[in-house]
Write a new protein. Structure first.
Length: 349
């Protein structure tokens, strides 16, 4: 409720500047996509940056206005149980030497071939797509130059039927603060519930995650168009990487679909090899990144791929040079997704 209130306040304040203000969010999860977005930075004061309608990045220099923003997300998974936050942001992953000397494009295509060769999981009768991920979110309130921040762990589980009905369960754990003052101010500004909670949402036919409904394409070019169906093509290559990261958290991808995802990534301008890495769930993988300031602040956007199967293991966003008005230390991870389970399972009653 507080996240939606914050978004509504931004829209009311800046309504005339937002060309997408009449676009209705596709579903409840549109509020989650607003997390991880930086709406203001000292470096770009007075400017307006707009992404596609699902991601708005608008800066207001209204000194007397209080704008509550969902500034970013950090997801951390350790042995499938969210761990308490030690600081405002988690430790940066340690990247080692790359698995091969191939450039990112060639390596991603090799991983795509590996993914395509994997056996497809058979769907038992009476089962649906089941996915589980763990995420940490950094919420901030900005007013008059003062920023307070919290790390909010979240755990998501979802069940989806072939006709796009389903259920989504989000478990929100208590946020962590650096000081008691930050805790009090965050609460006073409607930052959200302090106690642990679980939100369960059921969706009728056609109602589950309307952005990514129907069959996921197995051709990279068709997939690229499918990701932006109903909207204009993305202006920044990194937006396709973000779409892929979101898709992997809500849809069960078969080998051909995973291969298409990797081929799409291989074609993105600016994609580089970050190296080998152990992800936040303790799994080995290969990291590929794009550095971009498309959303206001320079950041590195990274996907982690399983070297053995070509499956996506995780995604993160990291500020690289400036934090704007966020009270975090640079470099700082501001968003993290850890994909834990993608399989067929019975729909809970």
């Amino acid at each position: 409720m507080h996240e939606m209130k914050a978004v509504n306040e931004v829209r009311q304040l800046l309504g005339g500047l937002d060309p997408a203000r009449h676009v209705r969010p596709a579903d409840e999860n549109s509020r989650v996509r607003d997390l991880g977005r930086i709406l203001a930075s000292d470096r770009v004061v007075g400017s307006v940056r707009l992404g596609h309608p699902r991601r708005r990045f608008v800066l207001a220099a209204a000194g007397a206005a209080v704008v509550a923003v969902a500034a970013g997300g950090v997801a951390l998974e350790m042995f499938r149980q969210p761990q308490p936050a030690f600081a405002a942001t988690p430790a940066i992953l340690n990247y080692g030497p790359p698995v091969s000397e191939e450039p990112a494009s060639a390596r991603l295509r090799r991983l795509a071939a590996l993914a395509a060769a994997q056996p497809a999981a058979q769907q038992p009768a009476g089962t649906v797509e089941y996915l589980e991920s763990t995420n940490w979110f950094l919420n901030s309130s900005i007013s008059g130059g003062r920023t307070t921040s919290a790390v909010v762990p979240q755990q998501w589980r979802s069940w989806r039927t072939d006709d796009d009905a389903g259920r989504m369960v989000k478990k929100e754990l208590p946020p962590s603060f650096r000081t008691d003052a930050d805790r009090r101010e965050w609460w006073q500004r409607g930052g959200g519930r302090i106690d642990s909670s679980e939100e369960v949402r059921d969706f009728a036919t056609g109602g589950f995650y309307s952005r990514f409904q129907g069959s996921v394409p197995t051709d990279a070019g068709v997939l690229r168009q499918w990701l932006t169906a109903g909207a204009s093509a993305h202006e920044a290559p990194v937006q396709y990487l973000e779409d892929v990261a979101e898709l992997a958290g809500v849809r069960l991808l078969n080998p051909a679909q995973r291969a298409a995802v990797l081929r799409l990534l291989s074609d993105l301008p600016g994609v580089t090899v970050s190296g080998s890495v152990t992800d936040r769930a303790g799994r080995p993988g290969e990291a590929f990144s794009i550095v971009s300031d498309a959303h206001g602040l320079p950041a590195q956007y990274t996907v982690i791929v399983d070297s053995g199967t070509g499956a996506l293991l995780g995604y993160e966003e990291m500020l690289t040079t400036t934090a704007g008005k966020l009270n975090v230390t640079i470099p700082a991870v501001i968003s993290y997704r850890s994909y834990l389970v993608a399989e067929y399972a019975a729909m809970p009653r």
